[in-house]
Design a binder for this molecule. Structure first.
Ligand code: NOJ
Ligand code: CA
Length: 667
């Protein structure tokens, strides 16, 4: 591979090809001993020559003045099974290159670059082996560059903003995007593609990476700093997360790309029988609508009586859990961004925790725990052990946590009188979230984390990390939130969802609501049903008030039927930000489910049903927009119909503006 951008004196180190030869990574070292990589797909440049390295606290740059000690290549082909997921089995087929570098002058230090080339992308990381000249160290900057070979259309949100990851995505040329961008960063190269997403995998004891602009289409890894300016504290042996470059011909290839999971460690939880994907309802939307309150008082939501009503509803309709928010002391006053008053064991007097948990069990469902921490980690960690013990004793096996704090405001104890303040995606919080995942696993608790650090595939190692928020979810369609707009879902699928499952909390049925239930959900009712398939999450909520489901038992049937863990996933058609149609096969039956979601424009999608089993007749239960439907005009106009179909049929679905369709194919 000849690279015109490489300095004339650059020495080629190695070229790594994916097993099918389509993806190639080339490594070289220039005459100053600076290592660099470049990536091509089908012979076309994706990432131009981009430098590698880190700057350490003592001023040494591991990435200048290096020499190659040895290179090794190997190939790996393995198929493994997920306890739950978008697909049952995952093939990990890649070729690996390990390049051992050493600084040519003292202090003599070693760093290993590890590259893996898959047929649909690349992962690479740094390793710092145990060595005399490197013990405890500080990373002040990571010099990893991404020089994109073109100026692709890019879907992006800004990093280092107040509200973590909860922003509407922008769509511009890469050269017109912001200065600091979160990953996953999704791009469509001009012309025939490819579609590319930059992200990271296995974020362990490190700071999350965002991307800092260094040129029109040139970015550098930006590690969220501690409040003292250090990016990462390490101790050799140590290693960075994997930097990932997903590459596909179609947008859907990014959705079914398994590189992130393949770059995480295998499952560490021996007995996974208690990990149960499922659906839940809860005392939640009424607070976002302003009808009930989290805090105590006459409109307190989390009362024993309300909880029992929800449990009855859940039991009647087969839901696995009932979330109750606002059950614990600490919500009165200004809990947002404060949170030092929260107790995670003491309920409000009008909520009988023991009785509610027991009632749920009796009825064949379960209470789901809720810990809003407001990001006050010192307060939460002081109680975590006791709080998780309590959940275990009550036989509560799922917990939603929340970290409503902002920007670089997450408190950290320093040993002195005052608290330091940190980002929720720096190393401090990355460590905290991991402690919570591990402690939950020890207590047999599944986690749903709101305001998390972005997903990086850890669910492979800890399959009790079920789902996370980490984007604008349904809550922003509540009266307080301003709405997400109809482009949001067809964008989320190809951006935030690449990081892992999302607890979006779909299923709002009361869409032309007035008075206290008024909201700004930018979809039709059929569009809400589509979300259960289009947005992958092993725990999905039916977020609306029970009475709104009782008013539409026919449409509600889809929410009751739809599973949340899949044997297979196939993206049938999509244009990022415009529309998306996904079909998924149930894990535990031969049924298939389909979701189609459009933006503000009406369109007709034609779905070739060739994913169905041959020579088999299916009943298609179709939930579609009515003839008059539209998210602004008539959001609740829907139709439910059945049709007999086979694999060689084509289904035509008309989606209204802001609408969608959901289908169950039953054998
Ligand atoms: C923000 C979460 O995203 C939301 O689901 C929750 O209801 C509130 N925080 C209160 O914890
Ligand atoms: Ca949130």
């Amino acid at each position: 591979m000849v690279d015109p951008a490489a300095p004339a004196s650059a020495q080629s180190v190695a070229t790594l090809s994916s097993p099918d030869g389509s993806i190639r990574v080339h490594l070289d070292l220039d005459d100053r001993g600076v290592p660099a990589y470049q990536v091509t797909a089908d012979g076309e440049a994706v990432v131009d020559r981009s430098r590698l390295g880190v700057v350490l606290g003592d001023g040494d740059t591991l990435g200048v003045g290096m020499e190659v000690v040895e290179t090794q290549t190997s190939e790996h082909d393995e198929t493994w099974t997920q306890p739950w997921g978008q697909q049952a089995t995952v093939r990990d087929h890649h070729r690996e290159l390990r390049v051992r570098l050493r600084s040519a002058s003292p202090p003599e230090r070693e760093m290993i670059l590890v590259f893996r080339a898959f047929n649909d992308g690349v992962g690479f990381r740094y390793e710092w082996p145990e060595q005399p000249e490197l013990d405890r160290f500080r990373i002040m900057d990571e010099r990893t560059e991404f020089r994109l070979a073109d100026d692709p259309t890019t879907w992006w949100i800004r990093a280092y903003e107040h509200n973590r990851y909860e922003y509407i995505y922008n769509e511009t040329k890469l050269s017109e995007a912001g200065y600091a961008l979160h990953t996953p960063l999704t791009m469509a190269f001009p012309g025939e593609g490819p579609f590319v997403a930059l992200h990271e995998a296995n974020l362990t004891d490190y700071a999350a990476m965002s991307l800092r602009r260094t040129g029109p289409t040139r970015f550098q890894a930006d590690l969220a700093p501690w409040s003292n300016g250090v990016r990462v504290y390490g101790e050799a042996p140590f290693r960075s997360p994997w930097r990932t470059i997903l590459i596909g011909d179609e947008p859907g290839d990014l959705v079914t790309n398994m590189i992130a999971l393949n770059l995480n460690e295998p499952n560490q939880i021996e007995d996974t029988s208690w990990i149960e994907p499922g659906k839940y309802v809860g005392i939640w939307w009424a607070m976002h609508l302003g009808m009930w309150t989290w805090g105590s008082g006459p409109n307190h939501g989390a009362t024993t009586e309300h909880a029992k009503d929800y449990i009855d509803f859940a039991a009647e309709h087969g839901f696995d859990g009932v979330l109750v928010e606002g059950w614990n002391r600490g919500w009165d006053g200004n809990w947002v961004g404060e949170g030092a008053d929260f107790s995670f064991t003491e309920p409000y007097p009008d909520f009988d925790l023991e009785e509610v948990a027991a009632y749920a069990r009796e009825k064949g469902t379960r209470l789901i725990g809720h810990h809003e921490t407001s990001g006050h980690v010192p307060n939460y960690e002081a109680q975590m052990e006791e709080a998780y013990d309590l959940l275990e004793r009550l036989d509560v096996n799922a917990l939603k946590t929340g970290y409503v704090d902002h920007g670089m405001d997450f408190p950290r104890e320093t040993g002195g009188d005052s608290l330091a303040r940190e980002w929720n995606y720096g190393q401090y919080m990355v460590r905290h979230y991991r402690r919570s995942i591990e402690l939950a696993a020890e207590h047999g608790i599944m986690l749903d984390i709101h305001e998390p650090v972005k997903g990086t595939g850890l669910r492979r190692t800890y399959p009790n990390l079920m789902t996370q928020e980490g984007a604008r979810g349904q809550e922003f369609n509540a009266p307080w939130g301003g709405g997400n707009g109809p482009d949001h879902i067809p964008t989320l699928v190809f951006t935030r969802l690449l990081a892992g499952p999302m607890d979006f909390t779909p299923g709002i049925f009361n869409l032309d609501a007035e008075g206290e239930e008024a909201n700004s959900v930018p979809t039709t009712l059929a569009g809400q049903l589509a979300l259960y398939v289009v947005l992958f999450s092993p725990l999905h909520m039916a977020a609306d008030l029970p009475k709104n489901y009782e008013a539409h038992p026919d449409a509600f049937q889809f929410i009751k039927d739809v599973p949340t863990s899949w044997a297979e996933t196939t993206v049938i058609d999509a244009a990022i930000g415009d529309h998306v149609t996904i079909a998924r096969k149930d894990r535990t039956s031969d049924d298939w489910y389909l979701g189609a979601k459009t933006d503000g424009s009406a369109r007709t999608v034609r779905v070739a049903l060739d994913f169905l089993a041959d020579d088999t007749s299916y009943t298609a239960e179709i939930y579609r927009d009515g003839a008059e439907a539209g998210w602004t005009s008539n959001p609740m106009d829907y139709e439910v119909e059945t049709q007999s179909v086979e694999a060689n049929d084509t289904l035509q679905l008309r989606l209204a503006p802001g609408g969608g369709a959901a289908v169950r194919f039953r054998q």
